[in-house]
Ligand binder design. Sequence first.
Ligand SMILES: Cc1cc2nc3c(=O)[nH]c(=O)nc-3n(C[C@H](O)[C@H](O)[C@H](O)COP(=O)(O)OP(=O)(O)OC[C@H]3O[C@@H](n4cnc5c(N)ncnc54)[C@H](O)[C@@H]3O)c2cc1C
Ligand code: SF4
Length: 338
Amino acid sequence: MDALHGFEVIRPATVEEALAARQAHPESRMIGGGTDILVNIRRGIETPPVLIDTNDLADLKSIDVRESGLVIGASVRLYEVAEHPEVSRLYPAVARAAGSIAGPTQRNMGTVGGNICLDTRCIYYNQSEWWREANDHCLKTELGEMCHVAPKSKGVCFATYSGDLAPAMLLFGGEIDLLGPDGARTVSMRDFFIGYSRQDGSTGDGIDYMAVRPGEFVLRIRAAAPGNLVSGYDKVRIRRSIEYPVAGCAAAVAREGDALTDLRIAITGTNPRPVFLEGAADLAGGALDDATVQGIDDLCKDQLMSMKTTFTPGHYRRRVATKMAIRLVRELFEGAAV
Ligand SMILES: Cc1cc2nc3c(=O)[nH]c(=O)nc-3n(C[C@H](O)[C@H](O)[C@H](O)COP(=O)(O)OP(=O)(O)OC[C@H]3O[C@@H](n4cnc5c(N)ncnc54)[C@H](O)[C@@H]3O)c2cc1C
Ligand code: SF4
């Protein structure tokens, strides 16, 4: 078993103290529940000298459901999101995504901030130090010189973003409040996650997957009011009781009579970022028919670029995500009938 290296833990009581601690310790990392970062530290993947604990930040512990939308503090625990009655009623995709993360132990400890900023994953990276050394390391820890998944990738890492909350929030125009040395700012999640996806020219990858500036950390996440959107979340995983997604799908539909009037789909577990399927809304406007289903299939083929970064082959994850998206959209559409 790997030894845990030594580090200092700072427990600020206010966001101002947290910011000061971040500035005083540029190499520090934030820690919420520690259910991801401590595993990485134990494996020697990261060695931060200082961890700044977000658990005493009272300002970041609330869930507010307002007329204008939903606001969730970074220190809120995942089980609180999953069990919140108003989140479950108005944003079922968000509540179900939170309730499907890992197992009960991780949901009791894990925080919203930690889930949003979850590190990308790869079968060659989430391993012990001796395993990675024996396999010649890889680009993501800077000790290696090549990507074992795509040896001709020319410096690009395809490690997969697997957080469940982000796709659900993307359905509702998700945003992130950040605080850093230059003050506070709010960023759209679509701009925040920059890991490469086939349909755009983004320069990020599985190493640089968040548009976060030095010293910044997450204060809150926001979602717009759902209006007439009916949403849901589905996920396939190898062990259903506790596991990262093979693929996860968030979807929202609006229905008027027999017509699908809005369609939104976001997928996790396939790319170095959560993928908001561009073009899904263009499939709405008429019946939910074979052409709509073919349209979803085409969008998934075009925008999901899963590689062999987990125990399942890349093409299998893309197929799973596609089938899940079509099934979920159908279920939501039927459920939205009045
Ligand atoms: C067995 C197992 C199964 C899992 N299954 C899933 C799963 O199905 N789905 C899933 O999404 N996750 C899964 N996880 C990962 C993890 O448990 C969750 O993502 C959890 O939400 C992480 O939250 P945390 O507070 O524990 O994060 P931490 O481990 O505390 O932090 C994670 C990352 O976020 C950063 N961070 C934390 N808070 C902030 C902040 N306020 N601002 C900026 N950065 C911050 C940390 O520096 C670190 O890089 C699993 C983990 C385990 C061990
Ligand atoms: S995709 Fe390549 S570079 Fe990225 S973690 Fe996996 S092996 Fe390493």
